[in-house]
Write a protein that binds this ligand. Sequence first.
Ligand SMILES: [Fe+2]
Length: 352
Amino acid sequence: MTTATAARSPEETQALRRAYYERIGQKNMAPLWEVLRDIVPKEPMTPFLPTLWRFKDFKPLVFEGGDLITAKEAERRVLVLENPGVRGKSAVAQSLYAGIQLVLPGEIAPPHRHTAGAIRFILEGNGAYTQVDGEKAEMNPGDFVITPSWTAHDHGNDTKEPIMWLDVLDVPMVNFYTAAFYEDLGEEPQNTRRESGDSMDRFGSGVYPDGSDTSLRRSPIVNYPYARMKPILQRLQHGGEVDPRHGARVRYANPFNGGWVTPTMGAHLALLPKGFKGKSYRATDSTIFACAEGSGRTRVGDEVLEWTRNDVFVIPSWKSYSHETDKEAVLFSISDRPAQESLGIWREESAH
Ligand SMILES: [Fe+2]
């Protein structure tokens, strides 16, 4: 064989290969050697781009949608954050969906449930609610609300002000496995069985009801209120516990086992002190950031993303980035790290 190959001209070889590929193609096969470097790259490659959505740009656009369609008609009135590197896939990153949702005074977004897990991070508006499996969670800016896989959820706004939040779902991951189910639960809100703050009091106070199912693979807490999280960040800052890459940071945890809040998505809240100049960092999880307070900038490659309160930005997998501030800022972040960790493929790297 080797002798025969050597005896052929390059043109003959190419022609023979093309004919061979054609024949094996007819049998639904293809040569691995033509695609090997694409499917097994030396390091992560992604068409998704680091991208910033400014609150001052998207707020009026979201409100314009409020004039055009009701929350009930839309089921969920959301503007999807589309990554400019990969349009039309309803994905902000390879594994994550993100959107900005608006619920106007008096509106109801009816109950449903789906396999995809969701989280909300509240940007603006006080006192509207999300109900999760019968618990009514009142929402205020900076609150972090989870609606884990297959939990019934509806949203309502009994206040006089609109509410807007960042939605993040693991839809691309669930769809990758072709494991998506959805169920409509009618027009009316679900019956409230537990009042706002119930699960935080039950499970987030160092105790939990005797006999609780502690094997739960996601947090039993529905809402992690900003008013309870911010003082913890300040304690860390005052204690000098400021990570050179991430600032004074807490991880939202499942109180039963210290694990992530959901099996697919995990979140952090970080205080970046005034004048912070973070060290460069990269990891294989794709991360969505939202600025809860203050302002700053994130360097990623040759780009500088200048962000302020309620701006949202995404850093795709394995892109090196570093945060900087002039004045104090608080950044929320969420990523697909738990899913990658459970698959044993998550990696990180820090500059020295
Ligand atoms: Fe939903």
